[in-house]
Design a protein. Structure first.
Length: 428
């Protein structure tokens, strides 16, 4: 039997799999029939710039994907940064490794999620070098920890998949989030990183094509969307008025929901301003806003005196479906996005969705019937879209929207498993 450190990469040029054993100084050609008889309990390392208890799409995605991959007999290890002073994390199981890191300031650019390991990456290097991993799955293309992991996977000849979490995102005040500095970064660093990975996973066709524009033609591409817990929505879809009673919301009102981070890039200030205008002539609505962030105090000061606005902190994942199911409309007015999980949750609840056409949002909503476009993330456009939707609300086919393209996390893991096995060289 070969050493536990078996590294496979798919060789597009000759159409067969390759394997290198660290104890054998030669390439061995592996017969696919031999591979199919091997133990499928592969070791996969996930490197993520964000992880629980941090709230956000990346953390939720990596956490749920890892859980479901374990059910498919993968041996999963997760590396995530840890703030050297501010962050308090729960006691982690052995497979989650926190790397003490220094975080960037949030000015003049929105970089507070980006961090650099305090030791310059020595701990990550040792983990990758000694871990006998079959594959490294790296999340995010703009984060220093992600770029560092790509270089290390390439150095130690371990197959590597990069998940692209979004497109442009450094300009929180412009629709599309584009900034000249980010374009330069992509040409100098992102394109270089793509030459060192074996495959890219994009959450939508738009996000995948964003990577294609910087990548070599030989790179493998997979489009695998995020998922949600569809069971929670299916089993409770009829509990709308029970949840309204629980959260003290009137049954005869049209309920508008915003769920997201309180940051400029999410359009939260513009949304709050539009809501203030909306209440002047629309007393038959209630608004639920779920989230937290650096603009929390500003949002609360703008809306706390309006009686029909419900401001809620982040809700536990096992309770969040209740907020969606009691609502009628969902507003996502972001200036840039990849694939927001909040959007998938709104679709699962069959809400009427008001959206800005950024990132992967138009891809996901292409076949979704009940929707209204917000052309720009401005107070005027958000207000006009809301006013029109309220006026036309009785015309909407409530509950009839197509949610067939929303995946459960189990389905996401199955699709990811297929991608892994292609790159590792396993033939099932």
């Amino acid at each position: 039997m070969l050493s536990c450190c078996k590294y496979f990469t798919f060789d597009n040029s000759v159409g067969h799999e390759r394997s290198v054993n660290p104890n054998i100084n030669a390439w061995l050609i592996i017969n696919p029939a031999f591979i199919s008889n091997m133990n499928t309990n592969f070791k996969v390392l996930h490197v993520t710039p964000l992880y629980m208890p941090k709230i956000g799409g990346v953390s939720i995605y990596v956490s749920n994907l890892a859980t479901q991959l374990k059910d498919l007999n993968y041996d999963i290890t997760i590396i995530a940064p840890k703030h050297i002073r501010k962050e308090i994390v729960p006691t982690d199981p052995p497979n989650i490794i926190r790397v003490p890191s220094i975080y960037f300031p949030d000015w003049p650019l929105p970089l507070k999620s980006a961090s650099i390991p305090l030791d310059g990456g020595k701990k990550i290097s040792k983990i990758i070098q000694r871990g006998c991993f079959d594959l490294i799955h790296i999340h995010g293309h703009v984060f220093p920890i992600s770029l560092m992991a790509i270089d290390l996977a390439y150095k130690y000849k371990i197959p590597c998949i990069l998940s692209i979490l979004g497109t442009f995102g450094l300009n929180p005040h412009s629709l599309g989030g584009k900034l000249g500095l980010e374009k330069t970064f992509n040409k100098l660093f992102f394109s270089r990183a793509l030459k060192k990975v074996n495959a890219v996973i994009g959450s939508t066709p738009n996000v995948t094509n964003y990577a294609r524009s910087y990548a070599p033609l030989s790179l493998k591409y997979f489009t695998i969307p995020y998922g949600i817990n569809m069971t929670q929505f299916r089993e409770n879809i009829s509990n709308k008025y029970i949840y309204r009673q629980k959260y003290n919301i009137q049954n005869d009102k049209i309920v508008i929901l915003f769920s997201g981070r309180f940051e400029h890039i999410k359009g939260i200030i513009e949304f709050a301003s539009a809501i203030k205008l909306l209440f002047i002539n629309n007393p038959n609505i209630e608004v639920v806003i779920v989230g937290e962030g650096s603009l929390k105090d500003r949002v609360y000061s703008m809306l706390s005196d309006i009686p029909n606005v419900h401001l809620l902190k982040w809700q536990p994942q096992d309770k969040l479906h209740e907020i969606y199911l009691l609502s009628d409309m969902f507003v996502i007015c972001s200036k840039t996005e990849g694939l927001p999980i909040a959007l998938l949750e709104a679709m699962a609840a069959s809400l009427h969705i008001l959206y800005t056409p950024v990132g992967g949002i138009p891809d996901v909503l292409k076949e979704y019937a009940s929707k209204t476009l917000i052309p720009r993330s401005t107070v005027e456009d958000i207000y006009n879209a809301l006013r029109k939707s309220i006026t036309d609300y009785d015309k909407f086919d409530k509950g009839q929207s197509n949610t067939g393209n929303v995946l459960d996390w189990k389905e996401v893991a199955i699709e990811t498993d297929k991608a892994y096995k292609q790159i590792i060289g396993f033939s099932s």
